[in-house]
Design a protein around this ligand. Structure first.
Ligand code: AMP
Length: 311
């Protein structure tokens, strides 16, 4: 069943995040879309996750050691003189809205991703949230991956739309949140937005809706994965990226993209996202093991199981 040969490549931001919720805050903790995706994927991927990104000389050795411990291969993480990417945001008391206070691209400004020769043949590629120009340049260096998925956000949808549209022609799947789907498509209804986005290139679209779960629109129709009901949400930062990590990690593990595998990937995405929100930064992953992932996956089966009866 599993395919030990499958490899997963991730490009995206590695960051210092400053996050404020109604009860607590953290300043300059480990974050970045690629960090969340890679660490979440590392729990499922058959081989260490290949991370492409850049950090400055202010990035501590403790963070690199942590990423490596979590099965992230850092051979493609460049270290340059300068400051690491920084992002800060504040959540409303019910976590329904997040306001970005500051985005500093810093070392990402001049970053030109370069794939190590051995990584060009990676089977699964995830282009995490970063400038679509950089996402495209990674894709141009990769030799015929089996499956390419990408994420994006409002910042790029408004700032680099033509570049993003060029990228979308070349990816199999786009993940984005409901607000971004509306912004990109100009449609307020989500199925209509997904249809419009699929016409831009990706054959599948995943619309993430926070604690309302995620919807997959593809050639087989629509599939819904709930968000696991978590009583004590601490920090939703990175939930979408952890979803993507669980999703891609499973595809790499199972080694195919059949409709059934994609459904399982949606649920494992929700499982990893549900752990991510239980602490700040990537801290919940520091004390997560595969048995907890298995337990929550089983709890998901119960959560959505019902009998198909004649009514
Ligand atoms: P999420 O909560 O899943 O949307 O992801 C939040 C993560 O995305 C944080 O760890 C940020 O460091 C990162 N991030 C925020 N803005 C950007 C941006 N413009 N480009 C790349 N990464 C970003």
């Amino acid at each position: 069943m599993s395919n030990a040969e499958s490899s997963l490549l991730v490009v995206g931001s590695v960051a210092f995040d400053s996050v404020e919720t109604h009860t607590d805050k953290r300043v300059e903790v480990l974050g970045g879309a690629a960090s969340f995706v890679s660490v979440a994927a590392g729990f499922l991927s058959p081989s260490p996750v290949r991370l492409i990104g850049v950090v400055g000389d202010d990035f501590p050795a403790a963070h690199t050691a942590f990423l490596e411990q979590q099965r992230v291969d850092l051979a493609g993480l460049e270290r340059v003189t300068g400051r690491t990417f920084r992002w800060s945001g504040v959540y409303s008391p019910d976590f329904s809205t997040r306001t970005t206070l500051d985005t500093q691209l810093n070392v990402f400004q001049d970053f030109r991703p370069k794939l190590p020769a051995a990584w060009k043949s990676s089977d699964y590629v995830f282009l995490a949230n970063i400038d679509p120009v950089l996402q495209l340049s990674v894709l141009e260096q990769a030799a015929r991956p089996k499956f390419v998925a990408c994420d994006t956000m409002n910042f790029w949808i408004s700032g680099k739309r033509p570049e993003l549209l060029r990228l979308l022609e070349r990816v199999d799947m786009l993940l984005l949140n409901d607000e971004e789907a509306r912004q990109l498509s100009g449609q307020s209804n989500l199925p209509a937005a997904a249809r419009a986005i699929r016409a831009m290139g990706p054959r599948a679209v995943v619309i993430k809706r926070g604690d309302a779960g995620a919807l997959l629109f593809h050639e087989d129709g629509v599939f819904s994965a709930p968000a696991f009901p978590i009583e004590n949400v601490i920090d939703p930062t990175g939930a979408g990226d952890s979803f993507a990590g669980g999703f891609m990690g499973w595809l790499a593990r199972i080694g195919n993209t059949s409709p059934q595998s994609i459904r399982t990937a949606m649920i494992l995405g929700s499982v990893l996202a549900s752990f991510s929100v239980e602490d700040f930064s990537l801290d919940r992953f520091r004390r997560l093991d595969i048995s907890e992932i298995r337990e929550r996956f089983a709890a998901f089966v119960d959560l959505v199981h019902f009998e198909k009866i004649k009514i």
